[in-house]
Design a protein around this ligand. Structure first.
Ligand code: ADP
Ligand code: MG
Length: 327
């Protein structure tokens, strides 16, 4: 099974950023309200994700590290209604097959904790007592130490950290109720407290997307036929020196979708006659039964049961918003 893990790992574990994505998703799935991410050397040397979520029972520790073991799908029909981010049960197994992984956890407010370690192909997962507060810490050291071919594809520390930071930024925009704290080589990079008011949410967006984005952004919050669209879109007066600033979330999930970006771009063109890539942080909420999230292993894509309706709703909502402020 370890060999299978290493093959499958290619799908999930491409670089440090993909590890962080999976670990932080697990923490969010576990109900954490605070997630601390400590990174050394762009993630290649160390990635440590600590959360205050529900923790993992001692007897479930080896299971959590084994392939296709997930606590998140009880029946097949659950696939229709996946409420959690991870549901394939392969992330931890894949990550541990290409690194030195230590997991500490505790399910009780008080009392002791436990620890499990696994290293590369080493099959045996031993669980021993180790103090840990309620929640879970996963430490991933020496990524790709046993797969030199994959290590070769890693870029500089700065580049890898940049990708990783991008993941945390996106995730922090997906869950305003969770605190995110990112450190690199002992230095605090982001300290994002949980937000409970609109003002605090706007502060987080400004801190993640830059103050210039927020200063040039219009707020939207509109609803029609069971669809809700809210968030912020920047006017063309906002210019970015580099990179895209396009964040779209469907029911809290990070999504990159052609239909969505087409609708947004179309609205911008129509109203502002501006072909440039628009900048936005947008949230679409709809009945989970009419959106299919299980179409790609990295889960960035969705399939809407009625894509046309979603497209038209996005286009019309943004069109109205932008037309109102057209100079
Ligand atoms: P999946 O998330 O698809 O279930 P993973 O390999 O990512 O698969 O995780 C396997 C299992 O380990 C999860 O189903 C969950 O039960 C447990 N787990 C992993 N990380 C955490 C965490 N931070 N807190 C609590 N449980 C966790
Ligand atoms: Mg997972």
């Amino acid at each position: 099974p370890r060999l299978a893990n290493q093959i499958a790992a290619g799908e999930v574990v491409e670089r440090p950023a993909s590890v962080i994505k999976e670990l932080v998703e697990n923490s969010m799935d576990a109900g954490a309200t605070r997630i601390d991410v400590d990174i050394e050397a762009g993630g290649v040397k160390l990635m440590r994700v600590r959360d205050n979520g529900g923790g993992i029972e001692q007897e479930d520790m080896p299971l959590a590290l084994s392939r296709h073991a997930t606590s998140k799908i009880i029946e097949l029909e659950d696939l229709e209604n996946v409420g959690t981010l991870g549901f394939r049960g392969e992330a931890l197994a894949s990550i541990s097959s290409v690194s030195r992984l230590t997991m500490l956890s505790n399910t009780e407010e008080k009392g002791a904790g436990w620890k499990a370690q696994s290293e590369g192909r080493d099959m045996d997962v031993e669980v021993s007592p180790a103090p840990h507060p309620k929640g879970t810490t996963v430490e991933v050291r020496d990524l790709f130490f046993n797969t030199p071919a994959r290590r070769k594809f890693l870029r500089t520390e700065k580049t890898e950290f940049g990708h990783l930071e991008e993941v945390i930024k996106r995730q922090s925009l997906s869950r305003f109720d969770v605190g995110f704290y990112l450190n690199h080589n002992g230095k605090a990079i982001h300290a994002l407290k949980p937000c409970s008011s609109q003002l605090e949410r706007e502060r987080r967006v400004a801190s993640v997307c830059g103050p210039a984005f927020m200063q040039n952004a219009l707020h939207i919050d509109t609803e029609a036929a069971g669809l809700r669209l809210w968030g912020w879109v920047a006017l063309p007066t906002f210019s970015r020196s580099q990179g895209d600033l396009q964040h779209f979330f469907v029911n809290g999930r990070v999504i990159r979708d052609k239909l969505v970006s087409h609708a947004v771009r179309q609205a911008y063109r129509d109203v502002l006659f501006h072909g440039r890539h628009p900048a936005f942080v947008l949230y679409l909420e709809l009945d989970p039964a009419i959106v299919d999230v299980n179409v790609h292993p990295t889960k960035h894509e969705v399939r809407f049961r009625d894509g046309r309706t979603v497209h038209d709703f996005l286009f019309r909502s943004l069109h109205r918003l932008l037309a109102d402020v057209r100079p």
